[in-house]
Write a protein that binds this ligand. Structure first.
Ligand SMILES: Cc1cc2nc3c(=O)[nH]c(=O)nc-3n(C[C@H](O)[C@H](O)[C@H](O)COP(=O)(O)OP(=O)(O)OC[C@H]3O[C@@H](n4cnc5c(N)ncnc54)[C@H](O)[C@@H]3O)c2cc1C
Length: 288
């Protein structure tokens, strides 16, 4: 999945060399892309970024600091949001891993999603040729940001479905095996109700994510539905993982059982691509 991150900009580029060398291999999983939006002082408020791109002969010099860049240490290319042009508008650039002035910093020690490192990335007068500017200099970066965020939100909602499905499967299996008071705990209504709620939430979350993905695939604007899908699916996933941990009780707390991992990993889906609060603001705005 990570190799796809950063290819969201494929349609913005008229550069066949980059498409053949980087984006097409990334779509096959042979190259890795990373997205650099977040900064130490700009997370939810991406219009508040300070990374900037100064026009020079033949390209741009990028300066700034990015934070929380997933897969940065192994990425072949980075899509970078910076302010550029006379009015310093959001503009998108593609930076290749061997460009001078790109520095991948320390990996953040995080509570979950251990399979993918997440790092700081710095741009120190990093030269990027004109051919690597992915959006117009005069202000369509904000529109592309909205489109990309909708895609990321659908993907993150789908990640929530995956971890929730694993947690439900584990809880169902455990409840059939674990005996207390002389019978398997899945014979107790308190456990049955929990499993039923988890399964129903997962079913509803699956439909809302599939609907947003279908809108996207059929070319309809999915902004509102993507925000709703991520909000509903990731909150449902967090609740399902919490209930799974309750079904397993002490074994939900043990590192040798997988539920503790689901509990930790699901937290990411509540944040990446926009927090639940920000999604609600987007949804509310779309109602006007
Ligand atoms: C594991 C991981 C991987 C990530 N990978 C990437 C990546 O690859 N690329 C990338 O660019 N970023 C990445 N991110 C960053 C992620 O997108 C941001 O963390 C996220 O957008 C939230 O920003 P923040 O953490 O700075 O929170 P803040 O924006 O500081 O928000 C803090 C709190 O304030 C709330 N808040 C903020 N503004 C408002 C408001 N207007 N109204 C109400 N509440 C508000 C938020 O909801 C939140 O509860 C990653 C994050 C994590 C944890």
């Amino acid at each position: 999945m990570q190799s796809l991150m950063g290819t969201n900009f494929l349609h913005l580029l008229g550069n066949d060399d980059i498409i053949e060398r980087l984006f097409k291999p990334a779509l096959k999983g042979e190259k890795i892309g990373a997205i650099c939006m977040t900064e130490p002082n700009a997370g939810s408020d991406l219009h508040g970024i300070t990374t900037n791109a100064r026009k020079v002969d033949g390209g741009y010099r990028i300066n700034g600091q990015k934070m929380w860049v997933t897969a940065a240490p192994m990425a072949d290319f980075f899509t970078v949001f910076a302010k550029a042009g006379p009015e310093m508008k959001l503009t998108i650039f593609l930076v290749e891993k061997d460009f001078d002035g790109l520095h991948v910093g320390r990996a953040i020690d995080k509570m979950g999603v251990w399979a993918l490192p997440t790092s700081e990335v710095a741009f120190n007068d990093c030269f990027v040729p004109d051919s690597h500017r992915l959006s117009k200099e005069y202000g369509d970066g904000g529109d592309h940001l909205r489109t990309v965020l909708a895609e990321i939100r659908i993907i993150t909602g789908a990640m929530g479905l995956g971890v929730a499905r694993a947690a439900l499967d584990e809880a169902v299996k455990y409840a059939a095996e674990r005996k207390q008071f002389g019978k398997p705990i899945n014979r107790f209504q308190a456990i049955q109700l929990k499993l039923a709620e988890m399964a129903t939430d997962l079913e509803a979350a699956t439909h809302i994510v599939h609907y947003a993905a279908w809108l996207k695939m059929t070319g309809r604007p999915p902004l509102q539905q993507a925000a709703m899908a991520k909000l509903f699916a990731t909150e449902a996933a967090a609740s399902i993982c919490d209930k799974a941990a309750r079904v397993l009780a002490s074994y939900g707390f043990a590192m040798e059982y997988p539920v503790q991992r689901y509990l930790r990993d699901v937290r990411f889906t509540l944040i990446g691509g926009g927090t639940s609060e920000i999604l609600k603001l987007t949804i509310a705005k779309g109602l006007n």
